[in-house]
Design a protein around this ligand. Structure first.
Ligand code: NAD
Length: 495
């Protein structure tokens, strides 16, 4: 089936894949790579090649830094109100084109159209939110404790930013960085994941149409991110690295950025616990579990990775979760009624299969799913595993797929200790009707974000980020996100 055949009349806004694949976006121009090399973009629901995009070279990377540097003085001098209006226009255009963008995300990433629609709304909101932030950047003024002078603190754009994003939210992970960077007055180079470049390029065309001047946003796709990143970070004009991706790559980039002492924001991997106490509202906990586990088919850094369920509610929760997971429709993302699309690559499916096999070998019981399907596309069935051993690899590793492992616990202390038994600390979920316990457990769990009786934490208006090896810094939130793209300048003066 072609993509057009898979898209039903209800969502007939077809993306222009050829336009999205027309080139690298440098200095407001669509350019081929200087090497002439190209990257295949694959449809995960079939394994077929959807498009090719240029594979940037080091020379292309240098050209994008030059473009960002040339655009920087006038962008930082652009009045905040004007910057705000351009960002607002980006939001409006994204909403106008939301069906096209959602389809494009679904086609290249594989996620279910309903998840892609949610992503576009979330991604666009970063522009609306930061349009409002752009005109609210204020400094500080005070008297030094000695009384001898005044302290003025001015917030200035940090400089040229390198933004590196993953494939799992190809729109939102980019706008979560671009919108605050532009609001702060910075110019940027975006390096999206090579699995999902089309969304990044389609968005670049929207920024241009909204009035973002040439050179302010540059987009580069490459299959050699290490050397390209090293080249960009070696340029002393580049002052910021904002990365979203795996903890392993984040560690390497921190070391690379250390050479020029570049400011780093890191949104890294997660291993979210989902804790259900005996007194939880069972239906609410199951609804929340389905969102926390199955948004994006489990390919989310905030995805519930370990379900800790108290003994008294364990059997009912396990049965309820298996019933709901086995009722999900697995299929190509662009089909309107798909609940669970394919994973991003064959390698990702194999990793999930390996983790499930390991859990089974260590005593896990399969309540639904659990077998690697054959056939085209990179599918894995929604799976629930009961009685999973804490020694299983999936207790420590991100599953990044539609697999829910259940662990039993008895006491609150045990639940907190198990939840914290990981190097990660991004998101956590807690279900209980006892508010005092909910707040106590939320306080005890080592994570940057807690969803208390909810299955979702992401919100552009809230600070998103992790503790421990899940990252450094915050994105979104009141002033948190934009602050990552500004430097405080202190002026001491007397009068
Ligand atoms: P990844 O780390 O493999 O890749 C992320 C990005 O880094 C991609 O653009 C990739 O091309 C680039 N990259 C890879 N190697 C690089 C190198 N040596 N130098 C420079 N860039 C390099 O991650 P992924 O598989 O694309 O995404 C999944 C991971 O991202 C998961 O671990 C997930 O938890 C994490 N993630 C975190 C958040 C968050 O907000 N904390 C959000 C989404 C995803």
């Amino acid at each position: 089936m072609t993509i057009a055949q898979q898209i039903t009349p209800a969502n007939r806004q077809l993306p222009d894949i050829d336009a999205a694949a027309r080139g690298l976006y440098i200095d407001g121009q669509w350019r081929p790579s200087q090497s002439g090399r190209q990257i295949d973009v694959v449809d995960p629901s079939t394994g077929a090649i959807l498009a090719v995009v240029p594979d940037a070279t080091i020379e292309d990377a240098r050209a994008s830094v030059d473009a960002a540097a040339a655009a920087a003085p006038s962008w930082r001098a652009t009045p905040p109100r004007r910057r705000s209006e351009i960002l607002r226009r980006c939001f409006e255009l994204m909403i106008e084109r939301s069906e096209m963008l959602a389809t494009l995300i679904s086609v290249e990433n594989g996620k279910a159209l309903k998840d892609a629609r949610g992503e576009v709304a979330y991604a666009a909101e970063f522009f609306r939110w930061n349009a409002e932030e752009a005109v609210r950047i204020s400094g500080e003024f005070g008297v030094a404790p000695s009384g001898t002078n005044r302290i003025i603190v001015d917030y200035q754009p940090i400089g040229i930013c390198l933004l590196i994003t993953p494939w799992n939210f190809p729109a939102a992970m980019a706008t979560r960085k671009i919108a605050p960077a532009l609001a702060a007055g910075c110019t940027v180079i975006l390096k999206p994941a090579s699995e999902t470049p089309l969304t990044a390029y389609a968005l670049a065309a929207i920024y241009e149409e909204a009035g973002v001047p040439k050179g302010v946003v540059n987009v580069l796709t490459t299959t050699t991110p290490g050397p390209i990143t090293a080249e960009v970070l070696a340029d002393p004009r580049v002052r910021k690295l904002s990365f979203t991706g795996s903890t392993g790559v984040g560690r390497q980039l921190l070391a690379e950025a250390a050479k020029n002492v570049i400011s780093c924001s890191m949104e890294l991997g997660g291993n979210a616990p989902f804790v259900v106490f005996d007194d939880a509202d069972l239906d609410a906990a199951l609804d929340g579990a389905m969102i926390a586990k199955m948004r994006n088919a489990g390919e989310a850094c905030t995805a519930a990775n370990r379900f800790y369920v108290q003994s008294g509610i364990y059997d009912a929760f396990a049965q309820g979760l298996a019933d709901r997971m086995s009722a999900l429709k697995v299929g190509s993302g662009v089909e309107v009624d798909t609940d669970c699309g394919p994973m991003i690559t064959r390698k990702a499916v194999e990793k999930i299969g390996r983790l499930v096999d390991d859990a089974k070998a260590k005593g896990a019981r399969v309540l639904c799913g659990g077998d690697m399907p054959s056939g085209a596309g990179f599918f894995y069935p929604p799976t629930v595993l009961a009685s999973v051993s804490e020694d299983s690899e999936m207790a420590q590793e991100e599953i990044f797929g539609p697999v829910a492992p259940l662990y039993r616990f008895e006491t609150e202390e045990e639940a907190i200790a198990s939840a914290n038994d990981t190097e990660y600390g991004l998101a956590a979920y807690v279900y209980t009707r006892d508010l005092a316990r909910g707040l106590r457990v939320s306080s005890g769990i080592e994570a940057g974000m807690i969803a208390l009786n909810r299955g979702l934490v992401s919100d552009p208006a809230a600070p998103f980020g992790g503790v421990k090896q899940s990252g450094l810094g915050r994105e979104g939130g009141q002033h948190h996100g934009i602050a990552e793209f500004m430097e405080a300048k202190y002026i001491a003066t007397s009068f």
